[in-house]
Write a protein of this length. Structure first.
Length: 128
């Protein structure tokens, strides 16, 4: 299980793997932390997925498995939540959906729509 746990004082997010449940891992981490820790998300996956995430998010790394809450870190965390929803609604494993979402990466902006001559003929919007 891949988990995303946030330190409430620094806002850094730990991205890690546990073979057990996330709540148990949260309790272990909380024992050694003065700040309140909050479990934000989790998704199925093994150490290989954890390693992939750490490599991809290296520019956002603060220290060890703790990452700054950059746009990319938050996007990947939301991908984990999306993978869980896709797995529950469409079937299949969370890890497979999560890896699929990771491979897609950020989507490029669509090209601008340039109206062809006559395309807006008869349109009254903005006309006086």
């Amino acid at each position: 299980m891949i988990y995303f746990i946030q330190d409430s004082s620094t806002l850094h997010i730990k991205i890690g793997f546990t073979g057990g449940d996330v709540e148990g891992r949260l309790k272990q981490l909380q024992t050694g932390s003065a700040a309140v820790l909050v479990a934000l998300a989790h998704v199925g996956g093994g150490k290989d997925v954890e390693s992939l995430l750490h490599q991809r998010l290296a520019p956002s790394r603060e220290r060890g498995e703790w990452f700054r809450p950059t746009a990319e870190v938050l996007e990947i965390m939301l991908g984990a939540l999306g993978a869980r929803m896709l797995a529950s609604h469409r079937g299949g494993g969370e890890e497979g959906w999560f890896l699929h979402l990771l491979e897609l990466g950020p989507r490029p902006a669509p090209p601008p729509v340039v109206p062809e001559p006559g395309m807006l003929a008869g349109c009254a919007v903005g006309m006086t």
